[in-house]
Ligand binder design. Structure first.
Ligand code: IVH
Length: 683
């Protein structure tokens, strides 16, 4: 099935955004978003790529592990790629990791896990020939990094010559990988000094370490307190000497290489969770920054059997910490009017950095949340940025109260137009400004209309590109739009009179508005912003009632029969579709020649959409044809031969040669006893 424009747009925007942040992080050492935010975007990218394998862009960040080297330093080619690690954000992700590799191993095997702090520094590889440090390189794009031997040789912690040890004779050539970092206190002291001297300050210790390594002049690195923890092996000359990760660490120690003291060996997944919690508790006290715990299968033969995907080993995963918290003060509280007439309290904060990003306001969601937290103006609070972009207030530091804090009260009327708040709730959705002259910027009525417009043009609604918050402000304040349908009579000269528009952007916006007239019925219903009518409910309405004309004629008894619709949603629909005001707006839409189609792809949400699946062997629960039909209904493509493009091989008894080929190509194999959970996406 073709990939929708919407998905493509989201996907390519994500690729561009992630590449931009990769660049800022790796080349410029000055990130603009936190790691958590990056991880969140990356997770979404991986999801889209797994749902739509054909979409993958050649410049997708999932194909790369870092970024290409910056010029100036010599390139350093890695004999074995320096890869990244997959992330786990919760226990479930860890359990999935274990299931994945067990599924791949296809047999019971005993194994243990090495749990190691994930050092927030920069990856380095140290090449020792006959025990002498000959070269050092950064990761770069995983294949080619930068040669930084001149800088690494200035680091006191890195031995120029390895110590001899009879238990661990070092091979002729060995590449040791680790992380260069700087201790928290050193980072703070130096950054403070740089600030005073007017030099570049660094966002975090990792950027500091990276910036120090990326110097042509070794004097800079030699003057900085850089340290290293060695954690893994790269290329090793001859046969591997080691049977486990713990013996690798022991060998490093015996050779005089620094290793992280907080590494522990555990015997099952439950214990990795405990090890993670333990390290999380110690985090604050550790002298170095960490951003998670790396969990590695300890047995090297198993590691070798599992191998690598294109970007990460299958035998290790990084269990990441939740977002960081920070302490700050609430300077004041303001209220934001939403399109449904509800006011959201927002805390205006004393700006504070969390995970490298400056935060100056946080949402309090609603008055229940204000009460639950007992938060007041001028309180000191802890704030948190989780995967989500909007920062949250976690708790109030009551011990810091001075008595001057002010309780937060919901305003009872708009301070500009003086209308009571109930007016805005009753007049929802606000698809037009009724008393235009009385609404001006800063007024709740203005905000409500603006939010309605933003919702109307948003991606899941009418999907009109190029209408951001600023443009909407300009359109309203210039009185180009006072009702939602005015959007469709905008002309190019009006747009050209606004700041920021040129011929091309103005034309694109007009095209995008006009294109939106051909859309699916469910999007149009959703775009109206009727309270309680979300995207899924809009789809249900469109599917069951078919046309806008039908919907307008539908009564309460019929609405309530629509899937997912309860009493409140049904009565909201009835009040909307019986209101003279809204019927007039719908009439205006009709006169604009909207063409609302009623196609909803039910396949879209299946986890097997576009997956290429091969069936082999004899199955008990299905005939091959029956299974093929089921899979195809779920959007999968069933083919007869295994190739590198195959996503899954479903295998019954007596599978034949396909299973061998699938294992060689590292294709996931699903046995009959896993089939039902596979079909339900419950693996
Ligand atoms: S093992 C194939 N162990 O995290 C990668 N990596 O996000 C195996 N890192 O490139 C690496 N602490 O630079 C390993 N204890 C640790 C680590 C660690 C930090 C870095 C490493 C890697 C990156 C992946």
């Amino acid at each position: 099935m073709a990939i929708s424009q919407k998905v493509k747009k989201e996907y390519f925007a994500l690729v561009a955004e992630l590449n931009k942040h990769n660049d800022l992080y790796h080349k410029k050492d000055s990130p603009e978003i936190s790691d958590q935010e990056y991880d969140q975007l990356f997770k979404r990218l991986l999801l889209l790529e797994s749902e739509f394998p054909n979409i993958k862009a050649t410049n997708s960040p999932s194909e790369r592990v870092g970024s290409e080297p910056v010029s100036g330093l010599k390139p350093f080619n890695h004999q074995i790629p320096m890869l990244s690690l997959d992330n786990a954000f919760d226990d479930k992700d860890l359990e999935d990791f274990e299931k994945r590799f067990l599924n791949k191993l296809k047999r019971k095997e005993s194994y243990s896990y090495s749990c190691e702090p994930k050092i927030d520094g920069i990856a380095i590889c140290l090449v020792y020939r006959d025990g002498i440090l000959t070269r050092a390189g950064t990761r770069g794009d995983g294949n080619t990094g930068e040669e930084v031997t001149h800088n690494v040789k200035t680091m006191k912690e890195v031995p120029i010559q390895l110590k001899k040890n009879k238990d661990y004779p070092f091979p002729k050539e060995i590449e040791i990988r680790g992380e260069i970092y700087v201790e928290k206190k050193d980072f703070l002291n130096l950054n403070e000094r740089f600030k005073k001297e007017g030099q570049k300050v660094f966002a975090n210790p990792r950027n500091f370490a990276a910036g120090s390594m990326r110097q042509l002049n070794p004097k800079v690195a030699s003057a900085r307190p850089l340290k290293v923890f060695c954690h893994s092996l790269g290329y090793v000359d001859g046969n591997t000497l080691f049977d486990s990760q713990s013996s690798v660490i022991k060998a490093f120690q015996s050779w005089g290489l620094p290793t992280c003291p907080e590494i522990s060996l555990v015997s099952n997944l439950e214990e990795t969770k405990k090890a993670f919690s333990k390290i999380a508790m110690q985090r604050e006290k550790l002298v170095y920054e960490i951003d998670g715990v790396v969990i590695k299968i300890n047995e090297i033969p198993l590691q070798q059997e599992l191998g690598f995907s294109s970007r990460a080993p299958r035998w290790a995963i990084a269990r990441k910490f939740e977002a960081e918290q920070a302490e700050t003060k609430i300077n004041s509280i303001s209220f934001q009017m939403g399109r449904t007439g509800a006011l959201t309290p927002v805390a205006n904060l004393e700006p504070v950095k969390v995970g490298g990003v400056t935060i100056s306001n946080a949402t309090l969601h609603n008055m229940d949340e204000v009460e639950r937290l007992d938060v007041r103006e001028r309180d000191y609070v802890f704030i948190k940025r989780a995967g989500d972009v909007i920062p949250k207030i976690v708790s109030v530091i009551k011990e810091k109260r001075s008595g001057s804090e002010k309780k937060i009260k919901l305003p009872s009327f708009c301070s500009v137009c003086k209308r009571e708040i109930s007016y805005f709730e009753e007049n929802i959705p606000c698809l037009e400004i009724l008393l235009e002259s009385e609404f001006s910027e800063g007024c709740y009525g203005y905000d409500q209309f603006k939010e309605s417009l933003k919702h109307f043009v948003s991606r899941n609604a009418m999907d009109i590109e190029g209408l951001g918050s600023k443009t909407i402000d300009a359109l309203i304040s210039n009185k180009f739009i006072s009702s939602i349908t005015d959007l469709y009579s905008l002309d190019i000269n009006q747009l050209l009179s606004l700041e920021g528009f040129a011929e091309k952007s103005a034309k694109n916006l007009i095209d995008s508005i006009s294109k939106s007239k051909e859309t699916e019925l469910y999007r149009f219903i959703y775009s109206l912003g009727i309270k309680e009518i979300g995207l899924q409910t809009s789809k249900n309405i469109a599917r069951e009632l078919g046309t806008l004309e039908n919907i307008i004629k539908t009564n309460y008894e019929r609405f309530i029969q629509v899937e997912d619709i309860g009493e409140v949603a049904a009565s909201n629909l009835v009040s909307f579709f019986t209101s003279q005001k809204y019927l007039q707006i719908l009439e205006n839409f009709k006169n604009l020649n909207f063409n609302l189609s009623n196609e909803i792809s039910n396949n879209q949400e299946s986890h097997l959409q576009n997956k290429k699946i091969v069936i082999t062997g004899t199955l008990n629960s299905f005939s091959r044809n029956e299974l093929k039909e089921v899979l195809e209904k779920m959007g999968a493509k069933v083919s007869s031969a295994v190739s590198k493009n195959t996503d899954y091989l479903i295998s019954g008894s007596d599978p034949g040669s396909k299973i061998k080929k699938a294992s060689e190509l590292s294709i996931q194999i699903i046995d009959e006893d896993e089939l039902s959970s596979f079909l339900q996406n419950d693996q």
